[in-house]
Design a protein around this ligand. Structure first.
Ligand code: DUC
Ligand code: ZN
Ligand code: ZN
Ligand code: ZN
Length: 486
């Protein structure tokens, strides 16, 4: 058994309670919560909030993509996560076309041995066939992965067709798994991109013009309807605009289990980053979906407040300036992706809690607890409860810094939040009881992270009578055969 650690003098903030108490940790778990706890190593939390560590359910670490690999691997990526108060990441295992799911998972198993914090995987469905259908069951039952991601964009590479998506969603329904979608109409994006290039619009701003909010709104609606027909809930990653948010809001109001995930980048950075800026500045911010205007940002913030959007993630997919420059002369070749793992929690605290848009409890909900419940790992993760993993952040709401690439943990040479001043940072970050941020010092341990299995869900999404009709026997009994033809 490892040494006892006591977090003393702080205010515990969970998604539903705020109260003063100490927290005792042994063997990686919370063993006691209460006043005046003692013994072992003491971490001073006076003036601080003790919260569940953040969970980022959307990262791409060392991912083969657009002819290169994303630059943060499981070591630097999870170090960045812990530095910013995030104690678990969920990465996407991405089979190449024709590659088996289990084969791809093996690659992700190998990469993730270097993780500094706990992690899990979503499995991407990048092609469809009997092997994929069969292996999905093994992925869920034997590997503890209950989420499957579908790209509705990246035509000719990762994109799946509607029939494939419907088949996969139905399989998810059978297995108690949750489908995820990257919702952009890939056919329209490909067409608009080709037109822009033909007109000589080859700069990074072309990326934004090629992916207007309508492509996201259309695809989000389509995915929601397909999920409804398959009788399965749906999680929409990187919801960036009102059109997509509106589709999610409407679905939820109709009683559908649909969740939306805005990214910290879309909440705090806007489309002006692409215009009247030098090539490197704009290209470093090329991601899909692109940054939007302020009206879309307001919609996302409102969604977090009203509960129509549930989770704030990063889609951390970091490429160096050198990698981005592959797309000089053709914006479609700029590797898509930005970093954010280290900055998600401080940026959300600064722009969400300090502005009065979110309460501290809502902050915990959207950075940790909601996604722990959606992914079926609550209360092991996302909670401050006896028996839960001691993945905790001792948050100092008065600690300040200016974000700059020079002092970040990520391995790339810039930061999309460069120069932003944040107030609210970890004093301590604990990963299963091990102190990874110690009064601001980074003390991560490579290989400390463990895979977190996520069991299948029971049958859900069957509340609506319209759905029951869809599954009822379709054959109509007729008394006579018509005399001729149709
Ligand atoms: N969007 C990105 O910007 N990068 C990785 C994949 C994605 O969907
Ligand atoms: Zn134990
Ligand atoms: Zn995506
Ligand atoms: Zn992504």
């Amino acid at each position: 058994m490892s040494e006892r650690t006591v977090i003393k003098g702080g205010t515990i903030v969970t998604a539903d309670l705020t109260y003063d108490a100490d927290v005792a940790i042994e063997d990686g778990h919370i063993v006691e919560i209460g006043p005046d706890l003692s013994g072992g190593r003491v971490l001073d939390a006076s003036g601080c909030l003790v919260m569940p560590g953040g969970i980022d359910p959307h990262t791409h670490l060392e991912m083969p993509f657009m002819g290169t690999y994303s630059s943060d691997d499981f070591e630097s990526g999870t170090r960045a996560a812990l530095a910013g108060g995030t104690t678990m990441v969920v990465d996407f295992a991405l089979p190449s076309p024709g590659q088996g799911l289990l084969d791809a998972l093996q690659m992700w198993d190998n990469k993730s041995t270097r993780a500094n914090c706990d992690y899990s995987f979503h499995m991407a469905i990048t092609w469809w066939g009997q092997q994929v259908f069969d292996e999905m069951e093994t992925v869920v039952r034997d590997r503890g992965i209950n989420t499957f991601k579908h790209f509705m964009a990246y035509k000719g590479a990762l994109m799946v067709q509607d029939d494939e998506m419907f088949a996969s969603f139905r399989r998810c329904a059978e297995l108690g798994a949750l489908p995820l979608v990257h919702a952009e109409n890939g056919d329209v994006v490909a067409d608009l991109s080709a037109r822009l290039l033909a007109e000589g619009n080859d700069g990074p701003e072309g990326h934004a013009y090629s992916r207007p909010p309508q492509v996201e709104g259309e695809a989000t609606n389509r995915a929601i309807m397909i999920a409804d027909m398959a009788g399965v809930p749906l999680y929409v990653v990187h919801t960036s605009c009102e059109e997509s948010h509106e589709a999610i809001r409407r679905a939820r109001a109709q009683g559908k289990r649909v969740w939306g995930e805005p990214l910290i980048q879309h909440l705090t950075l806007d489309e002006s980053e692409y215009f009247d800026k030098d090539w490197d500045h704009a290209a470093r911010r090329v991601m899909s979906p692109p940054f939007r205007n302020k009206a879309h940002q307001d919609s996302l913030w409102a969604g977090l407040q009203a509960g129509s959007l549930s989770v704030v993630a990063t889609d951390h997919c970091a490429f160096t300036t050198q990698q981005k420059r592959t797309g000089i002369g053709d914006f479609t070749k700029i590797p898509n992706g930005t970093g954010g793992l280290e900055d998600r929690m401080p940026m959300l605290w600064t722009h969400g809690v300090r502005t009065g848009r979110l309460t501290p409890q809502e902050f915990v909900a959207v950075t940790s607890t909601n996604i722990a419940k959606i992914l079926n790992i609550y209360p092991k993760k996302g909670a401050v409860l006896v028996g839960a993993d001691a993945d905790l952040v001792v948050w100092d709401p008065a600690k300040e810094k200016t974000i700059t690439a020079g002092s970040q943990q990520s391995s790339i040479d810039y930061n999309v939040f460069e120069g932003k001043h944040v107030t609210g940072l970890p004093r301590y970050t604990l990963t299963r009881g091990a102190v990874a941020v110690d009064d601001g010092e980074i003390r991560t341990q490579e290989g400390h992270g463990r895979f977190v299995p996520r069991p299948a869900n029971g049958p859900v999404n069957r509340a609506l009578s319209s759905w029951k009709e869809l599954t009822a026997p379709r054959k109509v009994e007729r008394s006579g055969i018509p005399a001729s033809g149709v």
